[in-house]
Design a protein around this ligand. Structure first.
Ligand code: ADP
Length: 339
């Protein structure tokens, strides 16, 4: 079993709690995406799994093998995890095939060469086997790095922002190709990104991090449709937030009411409404401040009662100076403001 499990893991640097009681499971043969802003602890999770850092508290296991606990850190080379980190670049003085062959030291020379070529072929770079890293594009280098990580048949592979630094079109292409390779090889994967779209596109499971804490863990669709907090909702796309009091099981915002039946009447609550959950049609209720194109959508800033929200609506929808606003319940959530 190649399930990677963190149980109540803590790791601090001086006063900074990089990981604050994180429990998390990366399921066998699936992709777990770690999503969160810069500094939320995502890379630290990969580093403790790789054994590059000790844990201050808690445990890390792959299957039933204990790899990390306070005072005990199994060496990186015994963990059998593959890594594609930005700072784990290719060896510049080795060709692509020699880079991939590097971790295969238990095999004979002929087997190493054949295995390296097989993996380069899998990532579509067999014809570039003799090229040096500086002769390869950024995307090609990342594909070689993926081949190098997978060639020794690791129990899990750790990818840290592998596509950052690539332009948007190449990024999407490489993301899809990487996902195809990972699915084919059924490799347990932890994938770090700060990009919600990357995370939603590649993940079987999603772990949303903020300030060293795990905010929510679940299937991407479930996390999107049932966020556990305002921060978890905002991690997956733009949301509008309004703080008010619960009355008759709802929070009244200037744009309409949001159900809050699970919160006590009179309590302080935050309503969070996804930008795409605002439907606009000709009418009264809110003033249109601006309309800006955003691919297949327009971003419309609307104002009511001194509050400005953003709506994401189908591109080129005709709007007047004012609009009627409807909040669609599927993208509207409420949370206790005291918690
Ligand atoms: P992310 O990958 O989400 O950007 P990191 O895991 O790199 O976040 O960092 C989490 C927190 O720990 C940040 O506040 C960062 O500054 C701090 N941190 C990480 N590594 C070190 C280190 N080696 N020394 C001191 N602080 C560190």
């Amino acid at each position: 079993m190649s399930v990677v499990a963190l149980s109540h893991v803590r790791r601090a640097y001086g006063g900074v709690r990089a990981l604050d009681d994180v429990s998390l499971t990366a399921p066998e043969a699936q992709v777990l995406a770690l999503l969160g802003p810069s500094g939320s602890g995502k890379s630290t999770i990969l580093r403790v799994i790789a054994g590059l850092e000790p844990v201050d508290a808690g445990e890390i296991r792959i299957g039933d093998e204990l790899l990390s606990a306070p005072g005990r850190t199994a060496p990186t080379e015994e963990r059998r995890v593959g890594m594609v980190f930005q700072d784990y670049a290719l060896f510049p003085h080795l060709t692509a095939d020699a880079n991939v062959a590097f971790g295969l030291d238990k095999l004979s020379r002929a087997e190493r060469d054949a295995t390296a070529l097989k993996w380069l072929d899998r990532v579509g770079l067999k014809q570039r086997a003799a090229a040096y890293p500086h002769e390869l594009s950024g995307g090609e280098q990342q594909r070689v790095a993926l081949a190098r990580a997978l060639a020794p048949a690791p129990r899990a592979v750790l990818l840290d922002e592998p596509f950052s630094g690539l332009d948007a079109a190449l990024r999407a292409e490489l993301r899809d190709a990487t996902l195809a390779t990972l699915m084919e090889t059924r490799t347990t994967t932890l994938f770090v990104t700060h990009d919600a779209e990357d995370a939603l596109q590649i993940a079987d499971r999603l772990a949303i991090m903020k300030a060293g804490k795990l905010l929510q863990e679940g299937a991407p669709r479930q996390a999107y449709d049932f966020p556990a907090s305002v921060d978890a909702a905002a991690a997956l796309g733009p949301v509008n937030v309004f703080t008010g009091r619960v009355a008759h099981g709802a929070v009244a915002t200037p744009f309409g009411s949001v159900k809050a039946a699970h919160l006590p009447d009179g309590s302080s609550a935050q309503a969070a409404v996804r930008a795409e959950a605002l439907a606009l049609r000709p009418g009264e209720g809110a003033r249109v401040l601006s309309v800006r194109p955003h691919g297949a959508h327009d971003v419309v800033r609307i104002e009511a009662g001194g509050v400005v929200w953003r709506a994401l609506i189908p591109a080129r929808t005709p709007l007047g100076e004012t609009v009627a606003v409807e909040i669609q319940p599927a993208g509207a959530f409420s949370f206790s403001a005291s918690s």
